[in-house]
Unconditional design. Structure first.
Length: 255
């Protein structure tokens, strides 16, 4: 008997990728699609996509998708979830989108405890528009707008989104992951599943940040880019769960 051991998730279409070789956007798409399939929620899932390299994400996900303008995805997701409370709503946003132009939207969606899940792609730069400095660019990192390296005395310090949002009472589940090894991909998938499960349980705002590669604008090979994430990015942005839903008291006492 032939046993199928690998295949395309139903929640992904057959569209050929437009992402650059070595870009981890594609791996993240696959992780999200697998979780949607495993939870059996594809027909009631609505994805909200950003501007940036993921602007075409609506071609790849085989569920309802809507485009939001720069940074406005959490506001659009809020509207969809409130109008269709039985839907499963996720936004997919880059760091330029989420941590720069959309800072107010993400902070207030988290503070309001909106019952949505956010997939946040932190590649430390603006990818689609040519590799400019983003709020997440590391100190000293060279970009097209900081050719001598980010100077914190002029450009300030990077924003650690997970650390910041996990201080807000409305945030339920906040985690940072990467896709630099099979083990990290497996951890990342568990985090995305947890985020969706929190939403399905009505638990409120969840966010999974991916440290993601941009070999094209970093001027690295795909392998060098993954190593740079492990060595430099993960040092500034430690991986892990920053906030997990509170266990009700009676449950924690075994009651
Ligand atoms: C309202 C608005 N402002 C600016 C832009 C121009 N713009 C398009 S993509 C982009 C950068 C996106 O970078 P990021 O969110 O980090 O995503 P990445 O491309 O790195 O995945 C910018 C500034 C736009 N399309 N809309
Ligand atoms: S420019 Fe960077 S983020 Fe955009 S698809 Fe290419 S590698 Fe990925």
């Amino acid at each position: 008997m032939v046993r199928k051991v690998f295949g395309r998730p139903e929640a992904l279409t057959e569209t050929p990728t437009h992402y650059c070789p070595g870009c981890t956007h594609g791996i993240v798409h696959r992780i999200v699609a697998e979780v949607i399939d495993e939870l059996g929620v594809r027909e009631r899932t609505v994805g909200v996509v950003p501007v940036g390299c993921a602007v075409f994400a609506y071609y790849y996900f085989n569920c309802d998708m809507i485009e939001a303008s720069h940074g406005r995805a959490p506001a659009v997701a809020t509207g969809i979830k409130r109008a269709l409370p039985d839907s499963v709503v996720f936004s997919y946003q880059g760091d330029g989108d989420l941590a720069s132009i959309g800072t107010a939207e993400i902070v207030h969606a988290a503070a309001r405890g909106e019952n949505i899940s956010v997939i946040f792609i932190n590649n430390a730069i603006y990818g689609m528009t040519g590799g400019q400095m983003a709020p997440t660019t590391l100190p000293g990192q060279k970009t097209t707008t900081s050719p001598a390296g980010r100077d914190t005395s002029r450009a300030g310090y990077p924003i650690r989104v997970c650390e910041m949002l996990s201080t807000l009472d409305g945030a339920s589940y906040i985690a940072r992951v990467s896709c630099t090894s099979p083990a990290n991909v497996a951890r990342a998938k568990r985090a995305v599943r947890e985020a969706f499960e929190v939403q399905l349980a009505g638990g409120g705002f969840s966010l999974v940040e991916f440290l993601s590669s941009c070999p094209t604008n970093w001027g690295m090979t795909p392998i060098e880019a993954l190593r740079w994430i492990d060595k430099e990015m993960s040092a500034y942005y430690p991986l892990g769960e920053y906030k997990v839903p509170k266990v009700p008291e009676e449950a924690s006492q075994g009651g």
